[in-house]
Design a protein around this ligand. Structure first.
Ligand code: PLP
Length: 288
């Protein structure tokens, strides 16, 4: 694997950063995971605009235009191409931290250079597109114990990791999270959709959840396929009684869920709306 670190290309094993890097000490940074299907980045513009928004939200100035971010991502793909054929399914991890200071101090240091790191890794192929052939996930449910700026794709992921690990320890694939009003926010590394009486529902964007790029692609795909979709508050009680539940992320695309916290969803198999959504997704994923 070839990595990019501070304007240099190197073998991933050779990439080294200072222990005083604020990404290491404070999780002071933002990141992106951009899926690459057969050499083509998915929703590249949408990923770059979330990155630049995140950098500006945390007041981290990097001397790169959106065009330069896009070409960096494409260069990481190119540097990691094996042979003539692009690998089938990979993703680019792109991480920007505030950089290394000479001491440990909370306030932003003046005059340091941000750390920009990127590499490529293999991801599983997208799920099969027929409902009979896809595996469903069983997931847990928990009150969201993270911070109040979940719209930022922050590298401080301890809250997410602890929620994810709690699921893993029970043999579950994810944890769906809800706020103090028992409204669903998202999952520890995915966005959440539910199908209720023929309408696909997903929680509205606010500070409680990440504006997932797959979420955006799925909403676009549903709209272009004339499938009703609503961004609205979704309570835990509605979620548990819904006909279908899906989790979306760059590495999972749309994953159907069969059980939430021991409650069977629908008949416990991927549903008809899931099949329509996953088939509609291909028409938009390279356009955003
Ligand atoms: N929500 C959280 C907390 C995430 O970490 C992620 C992705 O890793 C998502 C949602 C899904 O976002 P995307 O579709 O951009 O991968």
């Amino acid at each position: 694997t070839v990595a990019f670190l501070n304007d240099q290309w190197m073998a991933l094993e050779e990439a080294k950063i200072s222990p005083l890097d604020r990404g290491f000490l404070y999780g002071d940074g933002v990141y992106e995971v951009i899926p690459v299907h057969k050499g083509q980045p998915v929703a590249l513009n949408a990923h770059v605009s979330r990155l630049t928004r995140g950098l500006s939200d945390i007041k981290l100035h990097v001397n790169k235009t959106s065009e330069e971010w896009r070409s960096l991502i494409i260069d990481v793909v190119t540097h990691n191409q094996r042979g003539d054929e692009p690998a089938d399914y990979t993703a680019i991890y792109l991480h920007v931290s505030r950089g290394a200071d000479t001491k440990r101090h909370h306030a932003f240091p003046q005059g340091i250079t941000p750390t920009v790191f990127a590499f490529s890794f293999d991801i599983p192929p997208p799920p099969p597109k027929q409902r009979e052939n896809v595996n469903c996930l069983q997931v847990g449910l928990s009150e969201d114990k993270r911070w109040k700026r979940c719209h930022i794709k922050s590298t401080s992921l301890l809250g997410n990791v602890l929620h994810y690990q709690a699921a893993a320890e029970q043999g579950l694939a994810e944890t769906i999270l809800y706020n103090e009003h028992r409204q669903v926010t998202e999952a520890s590394s995915c966005n959440v959709f539910a199908v209720i009486a023929g309408i696909v529902v997903t929680p509205p964007l606010d500070l409680q959840l990440l504006p997932g790029i797959t979420r955006l692609c799925v909403i676009q795909a549903l709209k272009s396929a004339h499938i009703p979709v609503e961004e609205r508050v979704l309570t835990v009680e509605e979620l548990l009684r819904s006909d279908e539940v899906w989790l979306t992320s760059s590495t999972k695309e749309i994953a159907p869920v069969s059980q939430v916290d021991g409650h069977l969803i629908g008949d416990g198999r991927a549903g008809e709306y899931w099949e329509r959504a996953i088939n509609a997704l291909d028409n938009v994923k390279f356009t955003l």
